[in-house]
Design a protein around this ligand. Structure first.
Ligand code: ADP
Ligand code: TRP
Length: 329
C-alpha cells in the first residue's frame, strides 16, 4: 500500500481542470492506498484573501471534494492550516532550499511577472511548503496535473537533499502519479493552453446549466477547415481535447470525422459539448449544494481528518528533529 498526498489551493471553485487533472485520480487512488487529501489554505495566502473570504473558500473546496466522491471513510481529508507540523517542517526545509533554485522555477517567474507588486517570500518558497506537505506523510505518490511537474521535481530534490545531508532514508522520493499514465492538461476554451482559475476561463463544477452553455458557446473557433484531414489550429484542438475528456468516444469520432471531411459545424459541436459537460457536472453540483449546508458533517470530516493527519505528521517530525540533532534536556 502506497502513501499518497495531494492538495488543491483554496482560491476559488473547482473546475474541470482540477477534476480531470487531479481529483479523478484521488477518487481511484483512495480505494487501495493510504491517501491524504488536503485543502491548501496556507498556499492560498500568497494572493492575500480577505479574512472573510478565507474560510468561505476552504469550506467551498471541502464541499466540492466530498461531492466529487473523495470519501472520508477511505482517505484522510484535512485543512492544511489544521496541521501545524507542516509549518515546522517547512521552516526546517527552508534552511536547505537555495535562493537561486527557487528564483528559477517557472511558476515563481510567471507569478512574479503577472503580479509584480506582490512578489512575497511565500511565493518564492511555495515549492518548499509544497514539499513539506508531501514529505510530512512520507508520501510515495502525488496525483497532480501536468502544470505541477516542476513543483514536484523540487519536492523530490528537497527530499533527496535532506536524506543525503542527514545520511538517512527517512523520505521516500515522491513520484507524480496518474492512473492513465499520462498527465492531463485540460485546455481552456479561450484559445489558450490551460483551463485555470487564474486564467479566468474555467468551467466550474458548481456552474449551472445556463452558465455552462454560455461559456461553451463562447469558445473560440475559426472559419472552419478548408482541406481534408488538415491539422487543427490550437483553439480547435482544445475544443476537441475537451470533448475527448468529457464526451463518449462515438461523439468525439463523429465530430472529428466531420472536421476531417470539412463538414464540421462548430455550433453543433459546442452544443453537444455543453450538454455532455452539463450531464457530467449536474449530479456533482447537486451534491455540492447539499453538502455545503451540512455544517455538522463538514465539522466531523475536518476534525477526524485533522487528527489523523496530525498523528501521521508528528511521527515524521519526531524523526526529523532527531536526525537534525534536536534533543530534550
Ligand atoms: P488553478 O490552476 O485553477 O489555480 P490549482 O493550481 O489549484 O488550479 O490546481 C489544483 C490541481 O488541479 C493541481 O493538481 C493541478 O495540476 C490541477 N489542474 C489545475 N488546472 C488543470 C488543468 N487545466 N489541467 C490539468 N490539471 C489541472
Ligand atoms: N501547488 C498545488 C497547486 O497549485 C497545490 C499543492 C500544494 C499541492 N501542496 C501540494 C499539490 C502538495 C500536491 C501535493 O495546485
Amino acid at each position: 500500500m502506497n502513501t499518497v498526498v495531494s492538495g488543491i489551493r483554496s482560491t476559488g471553485n473547482l473546475h474541470l481542470g482540477n477534476y480531470f487533472g487531479a481529483i479523478k485520480n484521488f477518487i481511484e487512488m483512495q480505494k487501495s492506498n493510504n491517501c491524504f487529501f488536503f485543502i491548501a489554505d496556507w498556499h492560498s495566502l500568497t494572493t492575500h484573501p480577505t479574512p472573510g473570504d478565507l474560510h468561505i473558500n476552504v469550506r467551498r473546496v471541502l464541499a466540492e471534494y466530498l461531492a466529487c466522491g473523495i470519501d472520508p471513510e477511505q482517505a484522510t481529508i484535512y485543512v492544511q492550516s489544521d496541521v501545524p507540523e507542516i509549518a515546522e517542517l517547512y521552516l526546517l526545509m527552508n534552511m536547505n532550499a537555495y535562493l537561486g533554485e527557487l528564483e528559477r522555477t517557472t511558476s515563481f517567474k510567471d507569478k512574479a511577472r503577472k503580479s509584480p507588486d506582490n512578489v512575497n517570500a511565500g511565493l518564492l518558497t511555495y515549492p518548499v511548503l509544497m514539499a513539506a506537505d508531501i514529505i510530512i506523510h512520507r508520501a510515495q505518490q502525488v496525483p497532480v496535473g501536468k502544470d505541477q511537474e516542476q513543483n514536484l521535481e523540487m519536492a523530490r530534490k528537497f527530499a533527496r537533499r535532506f536524506n543525503t545531508m542527514y545520511k538517512s532514508e527517512l523520505f521516500p522520493i515522491p513520484k507524480p502519479f496518474s492512473f492513465t499514465g499520462e498527465f492531463v492538461k485540460v485546455p481552456g476554451l479561450d484559445g489558450s493552453g490551460k483551463m485555470g482559475k487564474s486564467e479566468g476561463n474555467a468551467i466550474c463544477l458548481i456552474d449551472d446549466e445556463k452558465l455552462i452553455r454560455k461559456k461553451v458557446m463562447k469558445a473560440v473557433t475559426d472559419s472552419g477547415p478548408t482541406e481534408m484531414n488538415q491539422t487543427k489550429p490550437e483553439a480547435i484542438e482544445n475544443l476537441f481535447t475537451l470533448m475527448d475528456i468529457v464526451s463518449e468516444k462515438d461523439t468525439y469520432d463523429f465530430f472529428n470525422d466531420k472536421y476531417n471531411s470539412c463538414e464540421i459545424r462548430y455550433g453543433d459541436m459546442k452544443k453537444q459539448l455543453a450538454e455532455d459537460i452539463v450531464k457530467f457536472t449536474s449530479p456533482i453540483r447537486e451534491k455540492i449544494i447539499d453538502i455545503s449546508s451540512n455544517d455538522e458533517y463538514l465539522r466531523k470530516v475536518t476534525a477526524e481528518g485533522r487528527d489523523k493527519a496530525r498523528a501521521s505528521a508528528s511521527e515524521t517530525l519526531k524523526e526529523v528533529r532527531k536526525l537534525i540533532g534536536f534533543k530534550s534536556f
